[in-house]
Ligand binder design. Structure first.
Ligand SMILES: Nc1ncnc2c1ncn2[C@@H]1O[C@H](COP(=O)(O)OP(=O)(O)OP(=O)(O)O)[C@@H](O)[C@H]1O
Ligand SMILES: Nc1ncnc2c1ncn2[C@@H]1O[C@H](COP(=O)(O)OP(=O)(O)OP(=O)(O)O)[C@@H](O)[C@H]1O
Ligand SMILES: [Mg+2]
Ligand SMILES: [Mg+2]
Lengths: 168, 155, 155, 168
C-alpha cells in the first residue's frame, strides 16, 4: 500500500487548503521550528482513525481545528483526505476492485464528525478496520513522534514490551 | 498468546542483534525478558556493548548512543514485520554527523520495504531523500508547502 | 518566605518578558502562578505567543518552540541572578539553524556576566566559542582531550 | 569566581589522567556520541559536592569509577580537581588571602572518600559551604544537563517553581 497524496484543510496550522503529493521513495519534510511539520504527522494519524487527543498532542479533539490567524479566520471544520494505491495484492473487500482509495475524515466545531471512503459515508470503525486489515493502522512503530525515540529507552521495560507486542 | 509473543520476541531479538553492530560499526547488543518465567507479563531489558566498551544496560549509555540503540530496536522490529509506511519525526536529533550517516544508510536499505517519511533539520538526512517538502509560514500562523532547493534551503 | 519568592518571581517574570521576544524576534510571553492566592504552594505556568500566532500554554508549541521558550526562561533567571558559571549540555538539539543563531547571540551577551561551558554538536555554536575542547576515545572506552581545528573537525 | 582548570583521573570514561585548562570566555566541548562530554559535566557536579548518584546518571557512587577497557584496567579510585580564581572580591574565609583555590574530591573503590581544599583535608560540608557562599553550588540553573531543557516544559508547574525558587 502506497500513500499517493495527503490533503489538509483547517487542520491545526493548515488554515489554507494544502496538498502533499507523494511520488514514491523516501520523503523528507523540512522547515523552521513551528512551521507545521509535526502537524502533518498528526493529520496522518488522525485520518487513519486516531481517537485519542493526547496522541495528537492536544487535550480535546476541538484543538485540531485551525484557530485562526491575523489574516485567516478560525476554521469551522477540519478535513484531511489520504489517497492510497495498492500495487500487489489489491485492497480488502469491499474495495478489492478499486485501484485507488481516498480516505477522508472531517470534524466540525461543535463535535460532529464525518468519515468517507471513496466519497461513500462510512463509520470510523470501517476506516480503522481497513487499516488494521492492511497492516497499516496506528502501530506504535509506524509513527515515531518527536521525542519518542528517547522514551523507548527511558520509559522502561514495560513500555518496550508493548512496542514489541505490536509486531506479534 | 504466549507462543505468539515469544515468537515475535525472538524474531525481533535476532534482527536487533544484527542491526546494532551495523549502526555502531561493531559491538553487540541483545534483548532480555526481565522475568523469563512469566513471558506474558515480563518487561524487555536492553543490554548493549558499543565497540571497545563494556556490556551494560542501555540506561548507562550516552544520549546519542541511547538514541542509536533505540533506532536499532525500531529498525529490527520494522524488518521483522514491516508496515506499509513509517513516519519518523526528528529521530536524528541526538546523533552526531557520523551516526546520522550510518542510520541513513540503513534507512535507505529498509525503505525498499516500505514508504518512509522523515522530518528532519539535518542536511545529510535531506540529501538521502528522494522527495523534499518544505513547510513554511509565509502568512504568520498559517502553514503551506513550498518546493525546496537543497542548495538554497534557508534551513 | 513568601515575600522572597514573590520578589524573585516578579524579577524573573520581568526578565522573561524581555528575553522571549529577543529569541523569537517578536511575540510575547509571561509567567503565571496557577494559584495566586497561595504563592507558597503555587506552580508556575508559562504562556507564550510566538510572532503571528495565538497566545497559548507553551505545551501547545512545537518541539523547537518549547525548547526556545525554556531557554528564554533559563536566560531570564540567569540575568536576574547570575551564577559564576553555567554549563549547558546540548540545549540546542531541537532548534533549527536560525534559532541556534539567535540563542547564540544572546549567549554571547550573557557570557559577559559568567563563565559558560557549552556542549554541542552544532557548528554554529562551536563558532561562537572562544575556546574549543575536543573529546575523543582514541583508545576505545577511554576519553581524552584533543585540540580542535574547526575546519577539519570530523564532528 | 573563574574556573581555571579541571583535572580528571579514574572518573567514568576518563581512565587516563586528563586536564582541561580554561582561559576565560565561553568554552565549547565537542566530540562524537559517547566520547565523554557529559561525563565532564558529571565530574564538575561531583567535585562541587553532588551526593546523589541519580544526578550523576548512576544508581550508586561506585559507578563513577572508571570500569576498565581493553588496554586499561579498572580504576581503584576516582579523583577530580577543580582550580578556581576569584578576581574581584576574593574567597570567603578562611581562604580570603588565597589567589587560587584547588578543590579536590577522591572516591575509593569500597566507599572511602577524601576531600581537600588547597591540599588540606576538609569535610564534604566545607566544600558545599564554600560553593554556597560564593553563589556557585549546584543551583538548578547552573547545570542544564542533556535533555533537561525539554523537562522544564514537560515536568509541569511544580518543577518549574523549584527552578525559580533557586533564584530567590
Ligand atoms: N489548532 C491550531 N490552530 C492554529 N495553529 C496551531 C493549531 N495547533 C497547533 N498550531 C500551531 O502549529 C505550530 C506547531 O507546529 P508543529 O508542531 O508542526 O511544528 P514543527 O514544524 O514540527 O516544529 P519543530 O521543528 O519545532 O518541531 C505551533 O506554533 C502551534 O501554535
Ligand atoms: N564508570 C565508567 N567507566 C567507563 N566508562 C564509562 C563509565 N561511566 C560511563 N562510561 C562511558 O562513557 C560513555 C558516555 O559518555 P558521555 O555520556 O559523556 O557521552 P557524550 O560525549 O556526552 O555523548 P553524546 O553526544 O551521545 O551525549 C558511555 O559510553 C559509557 O559507557
Ligand atoms: Mg516538530
Ligand atoms: Mg552527552
Amino acid at each position: 500500500m502506497q500513500m499517493k497524496s495527503l490533503k489538509l484543510h483547517g487542520f491545526k496550522s493548515f488554515g489554507k487548503e494544502t496538498d502533499l503529493v507523494f511520488s514514491g521513495g523516501t520523503s523528507a519534510i523540512v522547515g523552521p521550528n513551528g512551521c507545521g511539520k509535526s502537524n502533518i504527522v498528526d493529520a496522518l494519524r488522525w485520518v487513519l482513525g486516531e481517537q485519542s487527543p493526547k496522541r495528537l498532542r492536544g487535550k480535546n479533539m476541538e484543538e485540531i481545528l485551525f484557530g485562526g490567524s491575523e489574516h485567516f479566520p478560525a476554521a469551522g471544520m477540519a478535513r484531511v483526505a489520504l489517497t492510497l494505491s495498492q500495487e500487489d495484492k489489491g485492497f480488502p473487500p469491499p474495495y478489492s476492485e478499486c485501484e485507488e482509495l481516498c480516505v477522508e475524515r472531517i470534524f466540525y466545531r461543535g463535535g460532529e464528525s464525518e468519515y468517507r471512503i471513496n466519497r461513500m459515508p462510512v463509520r470510523l470503525k470501517d476506516i480503522v478496520d481497513l487499516f488494521t486489515d492492511t497492516g497499516t493502522g496506528t502501530r506504535a512503530y509506524s509513527f515515531i513522534e518527536q521525542g519518542y525515540i528517547g522514551e523507548i529507552i527511558s520509559a522502561g521495560p514495560e513500555r518496550r514490551r508493548n512496542f514489541v507486542e505490536e509486531a506479534a | 498468546t504466549k507462543a505468539r509473543f515469544m515468537e515475535a520476541f525472538e524474531g525481533v531479538n535476532k534482527k536487533f542483534q544484527e542491526v546494532f553492530p551495523r549502526l555502531f560499526k561493531g559491538g553487540k547488543a541483545f534483548l532480555l525478558l526481565d522475568n523469563p518465567d512469566d513471558p506474558l507479563e515480563a518487561g524487555i531489558e536492553m543490554v548493549a556493548q558499543p565497540p571497545g566498551k563494556r556490556l551494560q544496560n542501555i540506561n548507562l549509555l550516552s544520549g546519542g548512543e541511547k538514541s542509536l540503540a533505540a533506532l536499532a530496536l525500531l529498525m529490527a522490529i520494522f524488518q521483522y514485520k514491516p508496515s506499509p509506511f513509517c513516519v519518523l519525526d526528528e529521530v536524528d536529533a541526538a546523533l552526531d554527523d557520523i551516526n546520522v550517516m550510518r542510520f541513513n544508510e540503513l534507512l535507505k536499505e529498509i525503505s525498499a520495504l516500505s514508504q518512509f517519511i522523515v522530518i528532519t533539520h539535518n542536511r545529510q538526512t535531506m540529501e538521502i531523500a528522494e522527495q523534499l517538502y518544505g513547510v513554511t509560514m509565509q502568512s504568520p500562523g498559517v502553514s503551506q508547502i513550498v518546493s525546496v532547493n537543497l542548495n538554497s534551503a534557508p534551513i
